[in-house]
Design a protein around this ligand. Structure first.
Ligand SMILES: [Zn+2]
Length: 89
């Protein structure tokens, strides 16, 4: 995990190490996360699991919709967390 000086304003590296509220694994700088208003942060993959489980009882259509939302938010967060200049090979 490294960030060039020029990316400092968006780099999460200076934050204290956070833990995922769902799986308790540490949040790495390259992880895609979902921040909540109460300060909790979870991996987007953990958020996806929870959402899917909940909605599974409701309807398949909603699952597909939320899956799409997860994909879209994941893509946005990935752009923030991994600028092209430091993207892993
Ligand atoms: Zn997690």
């Amino acid at each position: 995990m490294y960030w060039p000086e020029s990316c400092n304003r968006q780099a999460p590296v200076k934050k204290p190490i956070e833990k995922c509220s769902r799986c308790s694994d540490p949040i790495e700088s390259h992880d895609i996360v979902v921040p909540f208003d109460n300060g909790d942060v979870i991996h987007v993959r953990c958020w996806g699991v929870g959402e899917t489980e909940k909605r599974c009882r409701e309807s398949r259509t909603i699952i597909q919709k939320s899956q799409k939302l997860i994909d879209e938010s994941g893509r946005k967060l990935r752009e923030i967390n991994v600028p092209a200049s430091v993207a892993p090979k």
